[in-house]
Design a protein around this ligand. Structure first.
Ligand code: HEM
Length: 471
């Protein structure tokens, strides 16, 4: 392990996730009083068991704590704490401007535009600190929240968001998630699946460490105790229209039934291979769902098993090498987000845009049997954290060039990500690859995911929290 690197110096949810902590609550906070907020920060790393919850570090020891607590600071938060201007000036523009100013790049337009975000995200300048609590039980969330807010002079609670992990890591839309994460050099994470992708250098996610950008590294805001070992997070509240997604699958399956090449997608008689007891239409729905994501809903990658889900297939050990070698659509969500070793236009970006994803679903699971068409559906979606050393070169580049413009491959340029992209049914399209090498083009995809809030935060190291606490 490098001399400059100590897991106890990092917040605990960066290099490894808190698996098996089903409940997650975000406290969206404003600095009420600068001195009191600095004292609060200093207490959060004091090692004292009473009072302000202690920041969970990456050094859990043999057992993960019962509850975990982490923080991120916005640029406005750093300012509110009185961070010296010489340091503030060293933070990258996208972080300084904040998420709402980057709306166009992120596809936050129309109903996703920041003007339509509900409180507290409608007042982005007031969002200074986002604290996250992870726990086994809701009562524990309440208890930690109470301690975090005990000193009313320090922080004002603007709002909360809460989610819980569904069994089996499934998310709304019915896919299994939390399969792929970058695996880091020097870090052993027993919860991660092995894969054949190059290990990510620590600088993919931590400031001050080597990256895979041909010897270049990201600028570290000074003093080093503030910037070194810090990272950036795009926190996103992403509302998912599950009923709309399922209805789209219905429509697409009905259209495919009439398509002259449908047998190339599904040989008559093969329906049972897709799922027990499935009708031809229901099997086609699943084929469409799998192609949109690049994985069957149980997680089986199409790159390894394009014709049917395979419970024995490896979940992560696959690649898209060579033109036409893989039957995973070029436009599928996971292929757009991570082209692995596949051929893309921005060759150097194959491995440099990788993001750590820490997400949790919110809202009740969708149950079509309980759907009341006269009542609005309850809001449900994903509370997503997309973590990397550069918001601009990783999260924004992925969101803009790859998810929304499809610049990585001329075969998908001009189309949006089918799952999370800013689609318009009038212009949207998605190509389903056929065994013969041809494609069937699906059209009319609506926007399934709307942004309902978010913020760019800096995830400070423990030294940085001490530094800010002692200003
Ligand atoms: C509500 C919106 C979204 C849903 C439902 C969703 C769903 C999924 C699912 C089911 C997977 C496959 C599981 C896995 O490989 O771990 C996945 C992978 C991934 N998603 Fe998303 N996603 C959403 C939004 C986003 C956004 C906004 C980004 C980035 C800007 C993103 C980036 C990724 C990445 C990087 C992967 C891993 C791909 C790989 O390495 O193979 N996702 N997502």
């Amino acid at each position: 392990m490098s001399a400059m690197f100590d897991l106890a110096e990092l917040q605990g949810n960066i290099l490894r996730g808190y698996t098996k902590k089903p409940h997650v609550r975000y406290l969206i906070l404003e600095v009420a009083d600068r001195s009191a907020a600095r004292r609060w920060l200093a207490s959060s790393v004091s090692g004292r068991g009473d009072g302000v919850p202690q920041i969970t570090t990456g050094d859990w020891g043999p057992n993960k704590p019962d509850t975990c607590f982490n923080i991120g600071l916005t640029y406005e938060g750093l300012r509110a704490l009185g961070t010296p201007s010489a340091s503030l000036e060293m933070f990258p523009n996208e972080f300084v401007e904040g998420m709402t100013a980057r709306a166009l790049k992120l596809g936050d337009v129309g109903p996703s535009a920041p003007e339509n975000w509900p409180a507290p995200f409608n007042e982005p300048k007031r969002i200074h600190l986002i604290a996250t609590i992870y726990a086994e039980k809701v009562e524990q969330l309440n208890e930690v929240q109470e301690r975090a807010l005990y000193d009313r002079e320090a922080l004002t609670l603007l709002g909360t968001r809460e989610g819980y992990n569904f069994p089996g890591d499934f998310v709304h839309f019915g896919y299994r998630d939390n399969i792929t994460q970058p695996r880091f050099e020097e870090i052993h994470d027993p919860d991660r699946y092995p894969d054949r992708q190059p290990r990510a250098p620590l600088g993919t996610v931590l400031l001050g460490h080597p990256t895979n950008l041909e010897g270049l590294t990201w600028r570290v805001p000074l003093p080093a105790e503030l910037g070194h070992n810090g990272t950036f997070n795009a926190f996103r509240v992403l509302k998912q229209d599950v009923a709309g997604f399922e209805e789209y699958l219905d429509r697409a399956a009905s259209d495919l039934l009439k398509h002259p090449q449908v047998d190339e997608l599904l040989q008559p008689g093969d329906e049972e291979k897709i799922g027990k007891g499935l009708s031809r239409r229901a099997a086609l729905r699943e084929i469409v769902a799998a192609n949109l994501c690049g994985r069957w809903r149980d997680g089986t990658p199409l790159a390894l098993s394009a014709d049917a889900p395979d419970p024995k297939a490896d979940l992560t050990d696959f690649d898209y090498v060579g033109v036409g070698d893989s039957r995973c659509p070029h436009g599928a969500h996971i292929r757009r987000c991570n082209p692995r070793g596949g051929q893309i236009v921005q060759r150097i970006a194959n491995n440099s845009r990788r993001l750590v994803r820490r997400g949790v679903p919110y809202g009740p699971p969708y149950d079509p049997a309980k759907r009341d068409r006269d009542e609005p559906e309850p809001e449900r979606g994903l509370l997503g954290n997309f973590i990397g050393a550069s918001l601009g070169a990783q999260f924004e580049a992925m969101s803009c060039d790859w998810l929304n413009l499809g610049l990585q491959d001329p075969r998908i340029t001009g189309s949006n990500d089918p799952i999370s992209g800013a689609n318009d049914p009038v212009t949207s399209w998605f190509d389903l690859p056929l065994k013969s090498g041809g494609t069937i083009r699906l059209r009319g995809l609506p926007r399934f995911v709307l942004t309902r809030g978010g913020a760019y935060t800096f995830l400070p190291s423990l030294s940085a929290i001490r530094f800010l606490g002692s200003l």
